[in-house]
Design a protein around this ligand. Sequence first.
Ligand code: ASP
Length: 589
Amino acid sequence: MHRTHTCGELRAANIGQTVTLAGWVQRTRKMGGMSFIDLRDRYGITQIVTDEASSKELNDQVAKLGREYVIKVTGEVCERQSKNPKIPTGDIEIKMTGITILNEAQTPPFTIEDESDGGEELRSKYRYLDLRRAPLKRALELRHRMAHEVRNYLDEQGFLEIETPYLIKSTPEGARDFVVPSRMNPGQFYALPQSPQTFKQLLMVAGYDRYFQIVRCFRDEDLRADRQPEFTQIDCEMSFVEQEDVLNVFEGMMRTLFKKVLNVDIPNPMPRMSWYDAMDFYGSDKPDIRFGMKINDLTSDLKGHGFSVFDSVEYVGGIVVEGASEYTRKQLDELTEWVKRPQVGAKGLVYVKVNTDGTIKSSIDKFYSPEELKAVADKCGAKVGDLMLILCGAKRKAQTMLGVLRVEMGNRLGLRDPHTFAPLWVVDFPLLEWDDETNRFYAMHHPFTAPKPEHMDLFYSNKKEDLERVCANAYDFVLNGTELGGGSIRIHNADVQERMFEVLGISKEDADYKFGFIINAFKFGAPPHGGLAFGFDRVCALFGGQETIRDYIAFPKNNQGRDVMLDSPSKIDDVQMDELFLKSTYVEK
Ligand code: ASP
Protein backbone atom coordinates (compact mmCIF):
# COMPACT_ATOMS: atom_id res chain seq x y z
CA MET A 1 0.00 0.00 0.00
CA HIS A 2 1.39 3.38 -0.94
CA ARG A 3 -0.41 5.27 1.82
CA THR A 4 -2.31 4.76 5.04
CA HIS A 5 -3.83 8.24 5.12
CA THR A 6 -4.27 11.24 2.84
CA CYS A 7 -2.43 14.53 3.24
CA GLY A 8 -5.56 16.25 4.50
CA GLU A 9 -6.58 13.78 7.10
CA LEU A 10 -4.34 13.71 10.15
CA ARG A 11 -5.19 15.66 13.30
CA ALA A 12 -4.03 15.90 16.93
CA ALA A 13 -6.05 12.74 17.66
CA ASN A 14 -3.63 10.78 15.45
CA ILE A 15 -0.55 11.78 17.46
CA GLY A 16 1.61 8.75 18.16
CA GLN A 17 0.46 6.75 15.13
CA THR A 18 2.86 5.54 12.48
CA VAL A 19 1.56 6.53 9.06
CA THR A 20 2.53 6.49 5.40
CA LEU A 21 1.58 9.38 3.16
CA ALA A 22 2.10 9.84 -0.57
CA GLY A 23 1.82 12.96 -2.66
CA TRP A 24 3.59 15.81 -4.37
CA VAL A 25 6.29 18.02 -2.90
CA GLN A 26 4.79 21.48 -2.59
CA ARG A 27 8.06 22.85 -1.18
CA THR A 28 11.00 21.96 1.05
CA ARG A 29 12.69 24.17 3.63
CA LYS A 30 15.87 23.84 5.62
CA MET A 31 16.16 25.55 8.99
CA GLY A 32 19.38 24.83 10.80
CA GLY A 33 19.61 21.08 11.12
CA MET A 34 15.92 20.56 10.39
CA SER A 35 14.37 19.87 7.00
CA PHE A 36 10.70 20.28 6.20
CA ILE A 37 8.55 19.05 3.33
CA ASP A 38 5.07 20.31 2.55
CA LEU A 39 3.46 17.22 1.09
CA ARG A 40 0.33 17.76 -0.99
CA ASP A 41 -2.40 15.61 -2.46
CA ARG A 42 -6.02 16.19 -3.46
CA TYR A 43 -7.06 16.37 0.18
CA GLY A 44 -4.61 18.89 1.61
CA ILE A 45 -1.08 19.49 2.80
CA THR A 46 0.80 17.83 5.64
CA GLN A 47 4.12 18.94 7.02
CA ILE A 48 6.89 16.37 7.12
CA VAL A 49 9.96 16.96 9.26
CA THR A 50 13.36 15.39 9.78
CA ASP A 51 16.50 16.55 11.51
CA GLU A 52 20.14 15.92 10.87
CA ALA A 53 20.76 14.69 14.39
CA SER A 54 18.42 11.71 14.01
CA SER A 55 19.21 10.88 10.40
CA LYS A 56 21.70 12.50 8.11
CA GLU A 57 20.63 10.17 5.34
CA LEU A 58 17.00 11.26 5.44
CA ASN A 59 18.08 14.87 5.58
CA ASP A 60 20.22 14.39 2.50
CA GLN A 61 17.30 12.79 0.72
CA VAL A 62 15.15 15.86 1.38
CA ALA A 63 17.86 18.05 -0.10
CA LYS A 64 17.49 16.11 -3.37
CA LEU A 65 13.76 16.73 -3.68
CA GLY A 66 12.48 19.18 -6.24
CA ARG A 67 9.08 20.76 -6.49
CA GLU A 68 6.37 18.33 -7.60
CA TYR A 69 8.43 15.20 -6.98
CA VAL A 70 6.09 12.33 -6.11
CA ILE A 71 7.16 10.76 -2.84
CA LYS A 72 6.07 8.34 -0.19
CA VAL A 73 6.92 9.09 3.42
CA THR A 74 6.58 7.01 6.54
CA GLY A 75 6.82 8.42 10.02
CA GLU A 76 5.19 9.20 13.32
CA VAL A 77 2.45 11.79 13.78
CA CYS A 78 3.76 14.36 16.28
CA GLU A 79 2.45 17.56 17.78
CA ARG A 80 3.79 20.57 15.95
CA GLN A 81 5.84 23.17 17.78
CA SER A 82 4.62 26.15 15.80
CA LYS A 83 1.06 25.35 14.79
CA ASN A 84 -0.47 26.58 11.56
CA PRO A 85 -4.11 27.46 12.17
CA LYS A 86 -4.62 28.15 8.45
CA ILE A 87 -4.65 24.49 7.45
CA PRO A 88 -6.68 21.63 8.95
CA THR A 89 -3.56 19.52 9.51
CA GLY A 90 -1.73 22.48 11.09
CA ASP A 91 -1.56 20.98 14.61
CA ILE A 92 0.60 18.04 13.60
CA GLU A 93 3.60 17.04 11.55
CA ILE A 94 5.10 13.70 10.53
CA LYS A 95 8.50 12.87 11.94
CA MET A 96 9.92 11.03 8.99
CA THR A 97 11.48 7.57 9.34
CA GLY A 98 11.55 6.62 5.67
CA ILE A 99 11.15 8.22 2.29
CA THR A 100 10.81 6.81 -1.25
CA ILE A 101 10.93 8.88 -4.38
CA LEU A 102 8.13 7.46 -6.54
CA ASN A 103 8.86 9.80 -9.42
CA GLU A 104 10.92 12.84 -10.17
CA ALA A 105 9.45 15.95 -11.77
CA GLN A 106 10.75 18.69 -13.97
CA THR A 107 10.46 22.11 -12.41
CA PRO A 108 6.88 23.17 -13.19
CA PRO A 109 6.57 26.20 -15.48
CA PHE A 110 4.53 28.09 -12.89
CA THR A 111 4.00 27.94 -9.16
CA ILE A 112 1.38 25.52 -7.96
CA GLU A 113 -0.09 27.81 -5.33
CA ASP A 114 -3.53 29.31 -4.79
CA GLU A 115 -2.28 32.43 -6.57
CA SER A 116 -0.08 31.13 -9.35
CA ASP A 117 2.49 33.24 -11.18
CA GLY A 118 1.60 31.57 -14.50
CA GLY A 119 -0.41 33.35 -17.18
CA GLU A 120 -3.65 31.93 -18.54
CA GLU A 121 -2.08 30.53 -21.73
CA LEU A 122 0.77 28.81 -19.93
CA ARG A 123 -1.52 27.33 -17.31
CA SER A 124 -3.84 26.04 -20.06
CA LYS A 125 -0.97 24.35 -21.81
CA TYR A 126 -0.14 22.52 -18.60
CA ARG A 127 -3.71 22.17 -17.45
CA TYR A 128 -2.88 18.98 -15.52
CA LEU A 129 -0.52 21.07 -13.37
CA ASP A 130 -3.00 23.89 -13.01
CA LEU A 131 -5.56 21.35 -11.84
CA ARG A 132 -3.27 20.54 -8.91
CA ARG A 133 -3.98 23.99 -7.49
CA ALA A 134 -6.48 24.11 -4.62
CA PRO A 135 -8.92 26.66 -6.16
CA LEU A 136 -9.40 24.43 -9.21
CA LYS A 137 -9.72 21.37 -7.06
CA ARG A 138 -12.42 23.10 -5.06
CA ALA A 139 -14.20 24.10 -8.27
CA LEU A 140 -14.28 20.54 -9.59
CA GLU A 141 -15.36 19.23 -6.21
CA LEU A 142 -18.22 21.71 -6.21
CA ARG A 143 -19.19 20.61 -9.70
CA HIS A 144 -19.22 16.98 -8.66
CA ARG A 145 -21.34 17.77 -5.63
CA MET A 146 -23.81 19.76 -7.72
CA ALA A 147 -24.19 16.97 -10.29
CA HIS A 148 -24.74 14.51 -7.48
CA GLU A 149 -27.45 16.63 -5.86
CA VAL A 150 -29.15 17.23 -9.21
CA ARG A 151 -29.28 13.49 -9.84
CA ASN A 152 -30.61 12.79 -6.34
CA TYR A 153 -33.31 15.41 -6.60
CA LEU A 154 -34.49 14.46 -10.06
CA ASP A 155 -34.39 10.76 -9.22
CA GLU A 156 -36.61 11.45 -6.20
CA GLN A 157 -38.99 13.28 -8.49
CA GLY A 158 -39.27 10.25 -10.76
CA PHE A 159 -37.04 11.46 -13.61
CA LEU A 160 -35.15 8.92 -15.71
CA GLU A 161 -31.63 9.75 -16.87
CA ILE A 162 -31.49 8.77 -20.53
CA GLU A 163 -28.57 9.33 -22.89
CA THR A 164 -29.12 10.63 -26.39
CA PRO A 165 -26.70 10.42 -29.33
CA TYR A 166 -23.96 12.88 -30.21
CA LEU A 167 -23.72 12.05 -33.89
CA ILE A 168 -26.98 13.47 -35.14
CA LYS A 169 -28.52 15.88 -37.58
CA SER A 170 -28.73 19.65 -37.33
CA THR A 171 -30.57 20.90 -34.20
CA PRO A 172 -32.57 24.06 -33.81
CA GLU A 173 -30.88 26.20 -31.16
CA GLY A 174 -29.87 28.84 -33.64
CA ALA A 175 -26.08 28.57 -33.48
CA ARG A 176 -23.76 27.02 -36.04
CA ASP A 177 -23.37 23.26 -35.92
CA PHE A 178 -20.12 21.41 -35.52
CA VAL A 179 -20.12 18.74 -38.19
CA VAL A 180 -18.45 15.35 -38.45
CA PRO A 181 -17.81 13.70 -41.82
CA SER A 182 -19.03 10.15 -42.18
CA ARG A 183 -16.54 7.72 -43.72
CA MET A 184 -19.18 5.07 -44.26
CA ASN A 185 -21.53 7.52 -45.92
CA PRO A 186 -19.23 9.42 -48.22
CA GLY A 187 -20.00 13.08 -48.74
CA GLN A 188 -22.39 13.12 -45.79
CA PHE A 189 -22.03 14.68 -42.38
CA TYR A 190 -23.35 14.30 -38.90
CA ALA A 191 -23.97 17.39 -36.81
CA LEU A 192 -23.12 17.43 -33.12
CA PRO A 193 -26.13 18.34 -30.98
CA GLN A 194 -26.52 21.96 -29.94
CA SER A 195 -28.82 20.39 -27.37
CA PRO A 196 -30.81 17.14 -27.14
CA GLN A 197 -33.98 19.16 -27.84
CA THR A 198 -35.55 16.97 -30.50
CA PHE A 199 -34.59 13.73 -28.77
CA LYS A 200 -36.11 14.71 -25.48
CA GLN A 201 -39.32 15.59 -27.27
CA LEU A 202 -39.26 12.23 -29.02
CA LEU A 203 -38.82 10.59 -25.61
CA MET A 204 -42.03 12.32 -24.55
CA VAL A 205 -43.79 10.90 -27.62
CA ALA A 206 -42.35 7.54 -26.55
CA GLY A 207 -43.97 7.90 -23.14
CA TYR A 208 -40.92 8.53 -20.91
CA ASP A 209 -42.73 11.35 -19.20
CA ARG A 210 -39.92 12.62 -16.97
CA TYR A 211 -36.50 12.70 -18.62
CA PHE A 212 -33.25 14.33 -17.67
CA GLN A 213 -29.64 14.15 -18.68
CA ILE A 214 -26.47 15.96 -17.66
CA VAL A 215 -25.25 16.28 -21.18
CA ARG A 216 -22.63 17.85 -23.41
CA CYS A 217 -23.86 20.32 -26.05
CA PHE A 218 -21.86 21.73 -28.94
CA ARG A 219 -22.28 25.16 -30.51
CA ASP A 220 -19.94 26.73 -33.00
CA GLU A 221 -20.27 30.32 -31.79
CA ASP A 222 -17.93 33.21 -31.29
CA LEU A 223 -16.59 32.73 -27.82
CA ARG A 224 -16.06 36.23 -26.53
CA ALA A 225 -18.47 36.16 -23.62
CA ASP A 226 -17.06 33.36 -21.50
CA ARG A 227 -18.58 30.60 -23.57
CA GLN A 228 -17.22 27.22 -24.47
CA PRO A 229 -17.79 25.40 -27.76
CA GLU A 230 -18.73 22.35 -25.75
CA PHE A 231 -20.58 22.88 -22.54
CA THR A 232 -22.85 20.92 -20.24
CA GLN A 233 -26.57 21.22 -19.70
CA ILE A 234 -28.91 19.74 -17.14
CA ASP A 235 -31.49 18.92 -19.78
CA CYS A 236 -35.04 18.03 -18.75
CA GLU A 237 -38.45 17.35 -20.24
CA MET A 238 -41.84 16.43 -18.77
CA SER A 239 -45.17 15.30 -20.22
CA PHE A 240 -48.72 16.25 -19.24
CA VAL A 241 -47.51 19.48 -17.70
CA GLU A 242 -48.24 23.16 -17.87
CA GLN A 243 -45.75 25.95 -17.28
CA GLU A 244 -46.59 26.05 -13.58
CA ASP A 245 -45.65 22.39 -13.12
CA VAL A 246 -42.29 22.83 -14.80
CA LEU A 247 -41.47 25.95 -12.82
CA ASN A 248 -42.38 24.25 -9.55
CA VAL A 249 -40.22 21.18 -10.14
CA PHE A 250 -37.16 23.19 -11.17
CA GLU A 251 -37.57 25.91 -8.61
CA GLY A 252 -37.50 22.99 -6.21
CA MET A 253 -34.32 21.68 -7.78
CA MET A 254 -32.56 25.04 -7.49
CA ARG A 255 -33.83 25.52 -3.95
CA THR A 256 -32.45 22.12 -3.01
CA LEU A 257 -29.08 22.91 -4.60
CA PHE A 258 -28.84 26.25 -2.82
CA LYS A 259 -29.71 24.66 0.50
CA LYS A 260 -27.61 21.51 0.25
CA VAL A 261 -24.53 22.95 -1.40
CA LEU A 262 -24.39 26.50 -0.06
CA ASN A 263 -26.82 26.40 2.87
CA VAL A 264 -28.57 29.40 1.33
CA ASP A 265 -32.35 29.86 1.47
CA ILE A 266 -33.77 31.43 -1.67
CA PRO A 267 -37.15 33.18 -1.60
CA ASN A 268 -40.15 30.86 -1.62
CA PRO A 269 -41.86 31.33 -4.02
CA MET A 270 -39.19 32.80 -6.24
CA PRO A 271 -40.05 36.15 -7.84
CA ARG A 272 -41.36 36.13 -11.39
CA MET A 273 -41.19 38.93 -13.90
CA SER A 274 -42.64 39.19 -17.38
CA TRP A 275 -40.21 39.65 -20.22
CA TYR A 276 -41.87 43.01 -20.91
CA ASP A 277 -41.26 44.27 -17.37
CA ALA A 278 -37.71 42.97 -17.44
CA MET A 279 -37.04 44.97 -20.58
CA ASP A 280 -38.91 48.09 -19.44
CA PHE A 281 -37.41 48.29 -15.95
CA TYR A 282 -34.06 46.55 -16.25
CA GLY A 283 -33.26 46.82 -19.95
CA SER A 284 -32.40 43.14 -20.00
CA ASP A 285 -34.13 39.79 -20.28
CA LYS A 286 -31.83 38.64 -17.49
CA PRO A 287 -32.25 41.34 -14.87
CA ASP A 288 -29.88 41.55 -11.94
CA ILE A 289 -32.31 42.20 -9.08
CA ARG A 290 -29.68 42.32 -6.35
CA PHE A 291 -30.11 46.08 -6.58
CA GLY A 292 -32.79 48.55 -7.65
CA MET A 293 -31.80 51.42 -9.94
CA LYS A 294 -34.76 50.65 -12.21
CA ILE A 295 -35.21 52.32 -15.56
CA ASN A 296 -37.75 55.13 -15.74
CA ASP A 297 -39.59 55.93 -18.94
CA LEU A 298 -39.15 59.70 -19.40
CA THR A 299 -40.34 59.92 -22.98
CA SER A 300 -43.47 61.96 -22.31
CA ASP A 301 -41.63 64.17 -19.80
CA LEU A 302 -38.66 65.09 -21.93
CA LYS A 303 -39.88 64.99 -25.52
CA GLY A 304 -41.38 68.10 -27.07
CA HIS A 305 -39.30 70.73 -25.28
CA GLY A 306 -37.26 71.75 -28.28
CA PHE A 307 -34.28 69.51 -27.49
CA SER A 308 -33.88 67.95 -30.91
CA VAL A 309 -31.93 64.91 -29.70
CA PHE A 310 -34.88 63.77 -27.59
CA ASP A 311 -37.53 65.08 -29.98
CA SER A 312 -36.23 62.90 -32.78
CA VAL A 313 -36.31 59.55 -30.97
CA GLU A 314 -38.92 57.01 -29.95
CA TYR A 315 -37.88 56.68 -26.33
CA VAL A 316 -36.09 58.52 -23.52
CA GLY A 317 -35.27 56.75 -20.27
CA GLY A 318 -33.13 57.23 -17.19
CA ILE A 319 -31.74 55.61 -14.07
CA VAL A 320 -31.05 57.13 -10.68
CA VAL A 321 -27.62 56.49 -9.21
CA GLU A 322 -27.94 57.05 -5.50
CA GLY A 323 -25.42 59.32 -3.84
CA ALA A 324 -23.52 60.03 -7.05
CA SER A 325 -24.27 63.75 -7.46
CA GLU A 326 -20.66 64.40 -6.52
CA TYR A 327 -19.56 62.88 -9.83
CA THR A 328 -17.10 65.35 -11.31
CA ARG A 329 -17.08 66.72 -14.83
CA LYS A 330 -14.17 64.39 -15.55
CA GLN A 331 -16.00 61.34 -14.26
CA LEU A 332 -19.09 62.23 -16.30
CA ASP A 333 -16.97 62.70 -19.42
CA GLU A 334 -15.39 59.32 -18.83
CA LEU A 335 -18.84 57.75 -18.37
CA THR A 336 -20.02 59.41 -21.59
CA GLU A 337 -17.08 57.87 -23.44
CA TRP A 338 -17.93 54.57 -21.80
CA VAL A 339 -21.51 54.54 -23.11
CA LYS A 340 -20.26 55.49 -26.56
CA ARG A 341 -18.13 52.34 -26.82
CA PRO A 342 -19.47 49.96 -29.46
CA GLN A 343 -20.35 47.44 -26.76
CA VAL A 344 -22.94 49.90 -25.42
CA GLY A 345 -23.61 51.91 -28.54
CA ALA A 346 -25.07 55.16 -27.18
CA LYS A 347 -24.54 58.42 -29.02
CA GLY A 348 -24.22 60.43 -25.83
CA LEU A 349 -25.20 60.64 -22.19
CA VAL A 350 -27.37 63.24 -20.44
CA TYR A 351 -27.11 63.77 -16.70
CA VAL A 352 -29.22 65.51 -14.09
CA LYS A 353 -27.66 66.07 -10.67
CA VAL A 354 -29.71 66.77 -7.58
CA ASN A 355 -26.98 68.61 -5.69
CA THR A 356 -26.62 68.34 -1.94
CA ASP A 357 -27.74 71.99 -1.67
CA GLY A 358 -30.97 71.04 -3.46
CA THR A 359 -30.13 72.78 -6.74
CA ILE A 360 -30.35 70.93 -10.03
CA LYS A 361 -27.45 70.77 -12.46
CA SER A 362 -27.83 69.14 -15.82
CA SER A 363 -26.21 68.86 -19.22
CA ILE A 364 -29.56 69.91 -20.73
CA ASP A 365 -30.10 73.04 -18.59
CA LYS A 366 -30.57 75.05 -21.74
CA PHE A 367 -33.67 73.21 -22.84
CA TYR A 368 -35.46 72.54 -19.57
CA SER A 369 -36.31 74.77 -16.65
CA PRO A 370 -35.09 73.75 -13.16
CA GLU A 371 -38.75 73.04 -12.31
CA GLU A 372 -39.14 70.69 -15.24
CA LEU A 373 -35.96 68.86 -14.31
CA LYS A 374 -37.01 68.74 -10.67
CA ALA A 375 -40.31 67.18 -11.73
CA VAL A 376 -38.41 64.51 -13.67
CA ALA A 377 -36.14 63.87 -10.70
CA ASP A 378 -39.15 63.58 -8.39
CA LYS A 379 -40.91 61.20 -10.75
CA CYS A 380 -37.89 58.90 -10.68
CA GLY A 381 -37.45 59.20 -6.93
CA ALA A 382 -34.09 60.98 -7.23
CA LYS A 383 -33.24 62.54 -3.89
CA VAL A 384 -30.78 65.16 -2.80
CA GLY A 385 -27.30 63.83 -3.59
CA ASP A 386 -28.43 61.56 -6.45
CA LEU A 387 -27.38 61.52 -10.08
CA MET A 388 -29.69 60.70 -12.98
CA LEU A 389 -28.28 59.27 -16.19
CA ILE A 390 -30.44 59.52 -19.29
CA LEU A 391 -30.19 57.79 -22.68
CA CYS A 392 -32.47 57.80 -25.68
CA GLY A 393 -33.13 56.01 -28.97
CA ALA A 394 -35.40 53.32 -30.36
CA LYS A 395 -37.26 51.91 -27.38
CA ARG A 396 -35.81 48.42 -26.88
CA LYS A 397 -32.36 49.50 -27.99
CA ALA A 398 -32.26 52.45 -25.59
CA GLN A 399 -33.58 50.29 -22.77
CA THR A 400 -30.89 47.72 -23.47
CA MET A 401 -28.21 50.43 -23.33
CA LEU A 402 -29.65 51.69 -20.06
CA GLY A 403 -29.59 48.10 -18.81
CA VAL A 404 -25.88 47.84 -19.57
CA LEU A 405 -25.22 51.20 -17.92
CA ARG A 406 -27.25 50.14 -14.89
CA VAL A 407 -25.13 47.03 -14.41
CA GLU A 408 -21.94 49.07 -14.82
CA MET A 409 -23.09 51.57 -12.19
CA GLY A 410 -24.07 48.63 -9.98
CA ASN A 411 -20.49 47.37 -10.31
CA ARG A 412 -18.99 50.78 -9.62
CA LEU A 413 -21.13 51.18 -6.53
CA GLY A 414 -20.33 47.68 -5.25
CA LEU A 415 -23.95 46.53 -5.45
CA ARG A 416 -23.18 43.18 -7.11
CA ASP A 417 -21.79 40.99 -4.34
CA PRO A 418 -21.22 37.52 -5.86
CA HIS A 419 -22.20 35.89 -2.59
CA THR A 420 -25.65 37.46 -2.58
CA PHE A 421 -28.07 35.38 -4.63
CA ALA A 422 -31.16 36.92 -6.24
CA PRO A 423 -32.83 34.34 -8.52
CA LEU A 424 -36.04 34.90 -10.47
CA TRP A 425 -38.07 33.48 -13.33
CA VAL A 426 -38.51 35.65 -16.38
CA VAL A 427 -41.74 34.52 -18.08
CA ASP A 428 -44.07 35.43 -20.96
CA PHE A 429 -41.48 35.84 -23.65
CA PRO A 430 -42.55 36.90 -27.10
CA LEU A 431 -42.63 33.83 -29.35
CA LEU A 432 -40.93 35.55 -32.25
CA GLU A 433 -38.35 38.19 -32.86
CA TRP A 434 -38.23 40.22 -36.06
CA ASP A 435 -34.87 40.78 -37.70
CA ASP A 436 -34.62 43.83 -39.94
CA GLU A 437 -31.48 42.67 -41.66
CA THR A 438 -32.79 39.37 -42.94
CA ASN A 439 -36.36 40.63 -43.00
CA ARG A 440 -37.82 37.62 -41.25
CA PHE A 441 -38.91 36.29 -37.90
CA TYR A 442 -36.70 34.16 -35.71
CA ALA A 443 -37.89 32.01 -32.82
CA MET A 444 -37.01 33.83 -29.63
CA HIS A 445 -36.43 30.52 -27.85
CA HIS A 446 -36.48 27.81 -30.52
CA PRO A 447 -38.97 26.66 -33.16
CA PHE A 448 -40.51 23.98 -30.92
CA THR A 449 -41.84 26.52 -28.42
CA ALA A 450 -45.64 26.71 -28.40
CA PRO A 451 -47.58 29.95 -28.71
CA LYS A 452 -49.77 30.67 -25.68
CA PRO A 453 -53.16 29.01 -26.35
CA GLU A 454 -54.89 32.39 -26.06
CA HIS A 455 -52.62 33.78 -28.79
CA MET A 456 -53.40 31.08 -31.37
CA ASP A 457 -55.46 33.47 -33.50
CA LEU A 458 -52.62 35.98 -33.65
CA PHE A 459 -50.26 33.13 -34.52
CA TYR A 460 -52.29 32.27 -37.60
CA SER A 461 -52.54 35.92 -38.69
CA ASN A 462 -50.35 37.00 -41.55
CA LYS A 463 -49.77 40.50 -40.18
CA LYS A 464 -46.32 41.24 -38.78
CA GLU A 465 -47.76 43.33 -35.90
CA ASP A 466 -49.99 40.43 -34.86
CA LEU A 467 -47.18 37.91 -34.95
CA GLU A 468 -44.98 40.25 -32.92
CA ARG A 469 -47.58 40.17 -30.16
CA VAL A 470 -47.71 36.38 -29.84
CA CYS A 471 -46.37 35.27 -26.48
CA ALA A 472 -45.07 31.88 -25.46
CA ASN A 473 -45.12 29.93 -22.26
CA ALA A 474 -41.37 30.24 -22.24
CA TYR A 475 -39.34 30.91 -19.14
CA ASP A 476 -35.79 31.62 -18.10
CA PHE A 477 -34.18 31.02 -14.74
CA VAL A 478 -32.09 34.10 -14.04
CA LEU A 479 -29.55 34.55 -11.26
CA ASN A 480 -27.62 37.75 -10.56
CA GLY A 481 -27.94 39.05 -14.12
CA THR A 482 -27.09 35.73 -15.76
CA GLU A 483 -29.46 33.40 -17.56
CA LEU A 484 -28.84 30.02 -16.00
CA GLY A 485 -31.57 28.11 -17.75
CA GLY A 486 -34.52 28.33 -20.00
CA GLY A 487 -37.25 26.34 -21.59
CA SER A 488 -40.82 26.31 -22.74
CA ILE A 489 -44.05 24.46 -23.24
CA ARG A 490 -43.69 22.83 -26.64
CA ILE A 491 -45.76 22.43 -29.70
CA HIS A 492 -47.14 18.87 -29.74
CA ASN A 493 -49.31 19.09 -32.81
CA ALA A 494 -47.97 18.51 -36.33
CA ASP A 495 -50.09 21.26 -37.91
CA VAL A 496 -49.00 23.88 -35.39
CA GLN A 497 -45.39 22.80 -35.85
CA GLU A 498 -45.71 23.18 -39.61
CA ARG A 499 -47.25 26.62 -39.16
CA MET A 500 -44.29 27.56 -36.95
CA PHE A 501 -41.84 26.65 -39.69
CA GLU A 502 -43.92 28.63 -42.14
CA VAL A 503 -43.86 31.71 -39.89
CA LEU A 504 -40.10 31.34 -39.63
CA GLY A 505 -39.84 31.36 -43.39
CA ILE A 506 -38.59 27.78 -43.53
CA SER A 507 -39.93 26.10 -46.65
CA LYS A 508 -41.96 22.95 -46.33
CA GLU A 509 -39.23 20.98 -48.11
CA ASP A 510 -36.56 22.37 -45.84
CA ALA A 511 -38.63 21.72 -42.72
CA ASP A 512 -39.29 18.17 -43.89
CA TYR A 513 -35.65 17.61 -44.70
CA LYS A 514 -34.41 18.89 -41.35
CA PHE A 515 -37.25 18.14 -38.95
CA GLY A 516 -39.57 15.75 -40.81
CA PHE A 517 -38.90 13.10 -38.18
CA ILE A 518 -40.36 15.18 -35.37
CA ILE A 519 -43.33 16.47 -37.35
CA ASN A 520 -44.02 12.84 -38.19
CA ALA A 521 -43.69 11.75 -34.58
CA PHE A 522 -46.30 14.31 -33.57
CA LYS A 523 -48.75 12.42 -35.80
CA PHE A 524 -48.47 9.33 -33.59
CA GLY A 525 -49.95 10.63 -30.36
CA ALA A 526 -47.65 13.25 -28.85
CA PRO A 527 -48.59 14.22 -25.28
CA PRO A 528 -48.58 17.86 -24.19
CA HIS A 529 -45.08 18.46 -22.89
CA GLY A 530 -42.54 21.04 -21.86
CA GLY A 531 -39.15 21.31 -20.27
CA LEU A 532 -36.03 23.29 -19.89
CA ALA A 533 -32.27 23.13 -19.65
CA PHE A 534 -29.81 24.69 -17.25
CA GLY A 535 -26.29 25.67 -18.24
CA PHE A 536 -24.53 23.45 -15.74
CA ASP A 537 -21.06 25.01 -16.03
CA ARG A 538 -22.46 28.44 -15.33
CA VAL A 539 -24.65 27.26 -12.44
CA CYS A 540 -21.48 25.81 -10.88
CA ALA A 541 -19.48 29.00 -11.49
CA LEU A 542 -22.13 31.20 -9.88
CA PHE A 543 -22.46 28.87 -6.93
CA GLY A 544 -18.71 29.14 -6.57
CA GLY A 545 -18.97 32.93 -6.63
CA GLN A 546 -17.04 33.18 -9.93
CA GLU A 547 -17.97 34.82 -13.20
CA THR A 548 -16.00 32.54 -15.49
CA ILE A 549 -16.94 28.97 -16.26
CA ARG A 550 -13.44 27.86 -17.28
CA ASP A 551 -12.41 26.88 -13.78
CA TYR A 552 -15.41 24.61 -13.49
CA ILE A 553 -14.50 22.60 -16.57
CA ALA A 554 -11.57 20.22 -16.21
CA PHE A 555 -10.26 20.74 -19.74
CA PRO A 556 -11.72 23.93 -21.24
CA LYS A 557 -10.87 25.58 -24.54
CA ASN A 558 -9.54 29.09 -24.95
CA ASN A 559 -11.54 31.87 -26.58
CA GLN A 560 -10.38 30.85 -30.04
CA GLY A 561 -11.94 27.47 -29.36
CA ARG A 562 -8.50 25.88 -29.06
CA ASP A 563 -7.35 23.28 -26.63
CA VAL A 564 -3.84 24.62 -26.15
CA MET A 565 -2.75 21.55 -24.23
CA LEU A 566 -3.63 19.19 -27.07
CA ASP A 567 -2.93 21.83 -29.69
CA SER A 568 -6.28 21.09 -31.23
CA PRO A 569 -7.99 21.57 -33.64
CA SER A 570 -5.22 20.44 -35.94
CA LYS A 571 -4.76 19.12 -39.42
CA ILE A 572 -5.41 15.50 -40.20
CA ASP A 573 -3.22 13.55 -42.56
CA ASP A 574 -3.94 13.03 -46.26
CA VAL A 575 -4.93 9.40 -45.79
CA GLN A 576 -7.60 10.39 -43.34
CA MET A 577 -8.75 13.20 -45.63
CA ASP A 578 -9.00 10.80 -48.56
CA GLU A 579 -10.93 8.24 -46.55
CA LEU A 580 -13.45 10.92 -45.75
CA PHE A 581 -13.51 12.26 -49.31
CA LEU A 582 -12.42 15.66 -48.02
CA LYS A 583 -10.29 18.32 -49.61
CA SER A 584 -9.41 21.53 -47.80
CA THR A 585 -9.82 24.74 -49.75
CA TYR A 586 -8.16 26.75 -46.99
CA VAL A 587 -5.09 28.62 -48.15
CA GLU A 588 -2.56 29.31 -45.43
CA LYS A 589 -1.39 32.91 -45.27
N1 ASP B 1 -32.95 23.13 -25.74
C1 ASP B 1 -33.11 24.39 -25.08
C2 ASP B 1 -31.76 25.08 -24.97
O1 ASP B 1 -30.72 24.47 -25.13
C3 ASP B 1 -33.66 24.26 -23.71
C4 ASP B 1 -35.07 23.82 -23.72
O2 ASP B 1 -35.90 24.45 -24.38
O3 ASP B 1 -35.35 22.85 -23.00
O4 ASP B 1 -31.71 26.26 -24.69
